[in-house]
Design a protein around this ligand. Structure first.
Ligand SMILES: [Zn+2]
Ligand SMILES: [Zn+2]
Length: 146
C-alpha cells in the first residue's frame, strides 16, 4: 500500500495527518484471513515522516505442537520513520514521487509478532508420539494424563 506524503513534506515539522487503513495484503510467508485495518498517524520530522501504526488483522498459523491450523488475531502498535532523499538501502525511504510503501513495514512487524512456536491454545495436548493421533480431538490408548 502506497501513501502519498508529498503534501505533508511541504508542511512544518510536527504537522500530522491521520489516515484510516483498510487493505488486503498479500505476503508469501503470512496467510491473512482478513484485511489489515486500523489507522496510521503521519508526522513530519526533520528527516522525513514518522508513521505510527495502530492496526489489526487475522492470520492463519500452524500449531507448533499439533500441526493444526488456527486463527490468530494480531494487534500491532508500532512506529516507523521513512527518510527523505535517503541513499541507504536498509532504511525505509520516501520515494522520489513522495510516496511511502507501508506494506513491507507491516509485514516485518507481523513476522516479529508471531515468532516461532505458536500454539493453537495454551494447553494444546499435541500429537501422540506412538500413533500420531491429535490428542486435542481424540484420546488414543497411549494417552495418559500428565
Ligand atoms: Zn495445537
Ligand atoms: Zn497413540
Amino acid at each position: 500500500m502506497l501513501i502519498d506524503v508529498s503534501e505533508l513534506l511541504t508542511k512544518p515539522i510536527g504537522e500530522e495527518r491521520n489516515l484510516e487503513i483498510k487493505e488486503k495484503i498479500d505476503a508469501e510467508d503470512i496467510i491473512f484471513l482478513s484485511p489489515i485495518s486500523g489507522n496510521v498517524t503521519l508526522m513530519g520530522t526533520d528527516a522525513g515522516v514518522l508513521a505510527t501504526f495502530s492496526i489489526r488483522a487475522k492470520i492463519k498459523l500452524v500449531c507448533a505442537r499439533c500441526l493444526d491450523e488456527f486463527e490468530k488475531a494480531v494487534n500491532l502498535n508500532f512506529s516507523q520513520e521513512y527518510i527523505e532523499n535517503s541513499k541507504d538501502e536498509a532504511e525505509c525511504r520516501i520515494s522520489t514521487k513522495g510516496e511511502i510503501d507501508i506494506t513491507e513495514s507491516i509485514r516485518q512487524e507481523i513476522l516479529l509478532e508471531i515468532g516461532v512456536g505458536e500454539l493453537c491454545r495454551k494447553d494444546c495436548k499435541g500429537l501422540c508420539p506412538e500413533c500420531g493421533v491429535n490428542w486435542n480431538h481424540k484420546k488414543c490408548k497411549h494417552f495418559k494424563k500428565r
